[in-house]
Design a binder for this molecule. Structure first.
Ligand SMILES: *Cc1c(COP(=O)(O)O)cnc(C)c1O
Length: 373
């Protein structure tokens, strides 16, 4: 007889990360995990190396220097910030661990970050997927699925993998339809990239409402995916829960110093945003010219939809050759790794991270060749 995990755990499909290499292909460019082509701030790397001198000592347990740096940059009370040394993924998981019971219902969009489903099932709670045929979080469809059992709503804003977002106004409308004992978790992993006047990353929402939590990461704009640092700005009662259940030394000294230096380097962040804006526009325009559908994205990636045999009708016979799977294989043969998103319910699409100038130009040239243009 084998040991039996909690109900739901064995319904989890293990997370599949974006590929990092291709057998037999040289000069590989990884555009599969939304990492920053600019890398981290040199100041963060310097701080990391300095912090590596006292490895025999336990780190300060509350990540104080990092919470203070975040608080300075965003004007937040450091007491309302909790940091994770295993990315914002671990914060999302801790929120689910701290608040979900068997039978609770958890809402999230059909094409959204897979971790929400994993964290829900791991706590024997019930996932309720919100249809999003327009590849955009649908507030009305979400509110139509709220029941007395709804305990948590996850929303990635901007969304991964679609690149879409909802406005502050829509977020407030969503919140207004939830009961005070339902937690609204706003996952703002890509918020630094957004350049829209009607967008709000979540700080305003958390400051105003006692049941809203915002999560952030150092993995994307700060170019520190390998360091695994995430944080949350949350109501005091939620910080209290997280501080009880997190590991007592869950953020290493290297993470604390590197993170603090990274977030204080605003010039580096601005360079990343400017690079992203320029090349996202280039990629969107150039790939659309090839006859492919590219979602309007506010993040550091674009979703490319390919014509495939399953999307019959409007798509001509000759295009049925141009499937996402064939494109993925063709790009791979050129050393370009994109992210297949079939696991996100989007078998016709590939997600492309905005890369370096050279990488972006290589992708467009390869897609042009693939489409026979
Ligand atoms: C990348 C990403 C994260 C960040 O994960 P980390 O664990 O902090 O690296 C969180 N949410 C979404 C939607 C993401 O795409």
């Amino acid at each position: 007889m084998t040991l039996t995990p909690k109900p739901g755990v064995l319904d989890i499909t293990p997370y599949v990360a974006g590929r990092a290499g291709l057998a037999g292909v040289e000069h590989v460019v990884k555009l599969s995990s939304n990492e920053s082509p600019l890398g981290p701030s040199p100041l963060a790397v310097e701080a990391l190396l300095k912090a590596a001198h006292d490895l025999e000592l336990y780190p300060e347990g509350s990540a104080q220097i990092l919470r203070e740096a975040i608080g300075d940059v965003y004007g937040l009370d450091p007491a309302r910030i909790v940091v994770s040394g295993d990315g914002s993924d671990a914060i999302l998981t801790m929120l689910a661990n701290g608040y979900l019971r068997p039978g609770d219902e958890v809402l999230y969009s059909e094409h959204d970050f897979i971790l929400y489903k994993i964290a829900t099932l791991a706590n024997s709670a019930t996932p309720v997927e919100i249809p999003d045929p327009k590849l955009r979080f649908d507030v009305d469809a979400a509110l139509a699925r709220v029941t007395p059992k709804t305990r948590m709503v996850f929303i990635a804003n901007p969304n991964n993998p679609t690149g879409s977002y909802i406005s502050h106004e829509e977020m407030r409308r969503l919140h207004a339809g939830l009961s005070p004992d339902t937690m609204l978790v706003i996952d703002s992993a890509y918020s630094e990239y957004v350049r829209k006047n009607d967008y709000e990353a979540g700080i305003e929402m958390v400051s105003r409402y006692p049941n809203v939590v915002m999560t952030r990461t150092f993995s994307k704009i700060h170019g520190l995916a390998g360091m695994r640092i995430g944080w949350t700005y949350a109501p005091a009662s939620v910080c209290d829960v997280l501080n009880r259940i997190r590991g007592p030394f869950n953020v290493s000294m290297m993470q604390q110093y590197a993170g603090a230096a990274a977030i204080r380097d605003r010039a580096h962040v601005e360079r990343s945003v400017a690079h992203n804006e320029q090349w996202k526009t280039y990629l969107t325009d150039e790939i659309r010219k090839l006859g492919l559908t590219v979602n309007e994205s506010v993040a550091n990636f674009v979703l490319i939809q390919f014509p495939s045999p399953s999307s019959s009708g409007a798509v001509g016979q000759k295009n049925s050759e141009k499937s996402s799977a064939k494109a993925d294989a063709f790009l791979g043969s050129k050393g370009l790794i994109l992210r297949g998103v079939a696991g996100y319910g989007l078998p016709d699409a590939l997600r492309l991270t905005i890369g370096s100038a050279e990488a972006n130009e290589r992708v467009v040239a390869a897609l042009r060749e693939f489409m026979g243009r």
